[in-house]
Design a protein around this ligand. Structure first.
Ligand SMILES: NC(=O)c1ccc[n+]([C@@H]2O[C@H](COP(=O)([O-])OP(=O)(O)OC[C@H]3O[C@@H](n4cnc5c(N)ncnc54)[C@H](O)[C@@H]3O)[C@@H](O)[C@H]2O)c1
Length: 271
C-alpha cells in the first residue's frame, strides 16, 4: 500500500457479521490504512461469534449495540471515546434488515409492524447514531460518516420490497443531518449507493442471482465488489475528500447512468 490514508484516525464500524459483510472489508482496510477501530453490531449478531475473529485480527474492541436502542447507542459512543481517549473521526453505518423481505411479504401486502422495523433498523438508526454523536459532540471536525445505500431508493426493483423505502429515507437523513452537522461541527455525512454484492443481507433478496447478473451486464465496469466498496469508504473517511458532504454517491460501475448495454441489446435482438 502506497499511502496510509487514515493514520492517526479513529472510527466506529457497524455491521460486520461475517467475512462476506461489506463492513468486514471496510474494517480490515481501514486498519491497514492506520486507523484504530471500535467494532459494533447487534447483540444477536454477536452470538454468531464470527466478529470475534475480526476483532482479534485488527485489535479492535467490540461494543455491542442494537442501533435502534438509544441506551445502547449512548454506551457505544461513550465507550468508543473512552477507548480512544478522545473523539471519533469516522463512522460506518452498514446496517439493513427487512422482516417483510425476509419473510417474503409482497410490497402490496406488507405487515406494518414489520414495516416500522424495516425503517427503524435500516434508516432511522442512522438518525439515532448521528443525534447521539451530535449531542455528545463525539466526532472531530472534518470527521466523516458513511452509510450504505442501494439504487432502489430512486428506481423500482420489485423484489427489494420495503427496503427501497428505507433506503430513500436513509439518503434523506444523510442530506438533512449533513446540513446541520456541517454548519455546526464541519462533520460530513454521505451515502454510498453500492452495486448488488454477495453478502448475507444481499442474498436475502428474492431472485438475487438474476438481480446481480443483470446488474453486471448493465454496468459498463461490471459490479463493484465489497473490497472496492471498502476502498471508496476509506477515501471518504480520509482528508482527501473534505468537501464532500450530503451526497448520495453511486459506486456501481456506471449502472446508474446506463440506459442499456450492447450485450443486453443483443439478448433482445430478433436476429
Ligand atoms: N449486499 C448488497 O447487495 C448491498 C447493496 C447495496 C447496499 N447494501 C447495504 O450495505 C449494508 C451492509 O449490508 P451487507 O450487504 O454487508 O450485509 P450483512 O448482512 O453482512 O450486514 C448487515 C448488518 O446489519 C446488522 N444489523 C441488523 N439489525 C441490526 C440492528 N438492529 N442493530 C445493529 N446492527 C444490525 C447485521 O447484524 C449485519 O451485520 C446494508 O445497509 C445493506 O442494505 C448492500
Amino acid at each position: 500500500m502506497s499511502a496510509k490514508l487514515l493514520e492517526g484516525k479513529t472510527g466506529i464500524i457497524s455491521g460486520a457479521l461475517n467475512d462476506k459483510s461489506i463492513a468486514w472489508r471496510v474494517a480490515e482496510l481501514a486498519h491497514e490504512h492506520g486507523a484504530r477501530i471500535v467494532l459494533t453490531n447487534a447483540p444477536i449478531a454477536m452470538r454468531m461469534g464470527e466478529i470475534n475473529g475480526l476483532a482479534e485480527k485488527i485489535n479492535a474492541p467490540i461494543i455491542p449495540a442494537d442501533a435502534t436502542n438509544q441506551q445502547d447507542l449512548d454506551n457505544l459512543f461513550t465507550g468508543a471515546m473512552e477507548h480512544f481517549g478522545g473523539k471519533i473521526d469516522f463512522v460506518l453505518h452498514s446496517i439493513g434488515m427487512s422482516p417483510n423481505v425476509r419473510k417474503g411479504k409482497h410490497y402490496t401486502d406488507i405487515n406494518y409492524e414489520w414495516y416500522k422495523q424495516t425503517l427503524d433498523v435500516s434508516a432511522v438508526s442512522l438518525h439515532k447514531m448521528l443525534a447521539t454523536a451530535y449531542k455528545k459532540d463525539a466526532i472531530n471536525e472534518w470527521g466523516s460518516v458513511v452509510a450504505l445505500s442501494y439504487i432502489a431508493a430512486q428506481r423500482i426493483f420489485p423484489d427489494y420490497g420495503d427496503m427501497a423505502d428505507a433506503k430513500s429515507l436513509l439518503e434523506s437523513i444523510a442530506r438533512s443531518f449533513g446540513y446541520h452537522y456541517a454548519t455546526k461541527k464541519k462533520v460530513r455525512i454521505n451515502t454510498i449507493s453500492q452495486s448488488p454484492t454477495v453478502t448475507t443481507a444481499g442474498s436475502g433478496v428474492k431472485g438475487f442471482d438474476g438481480f446481480i447478473n443483470y446488474s453486471e451486464e448493465m454496468s459498463p465496469l461490471g459490479n463493484a465488489d465489497a473490497l472496492a466498496c471498502a476502498n471508496y469508504c476509506v477515501a471518504l473517511f480520509s482528508d482527501l475528500t473534505r468537501y464532500v458532504t450530503m451526497q448520495n454517491l453511486f459506486h456501481d460501475g456506471g449502472f446508474s447512468n446506463t440506459g442499456v448495454t450492447q450485450s443486453v441489446v443483443e439478448k433482445f435482438a430478433s436476429e
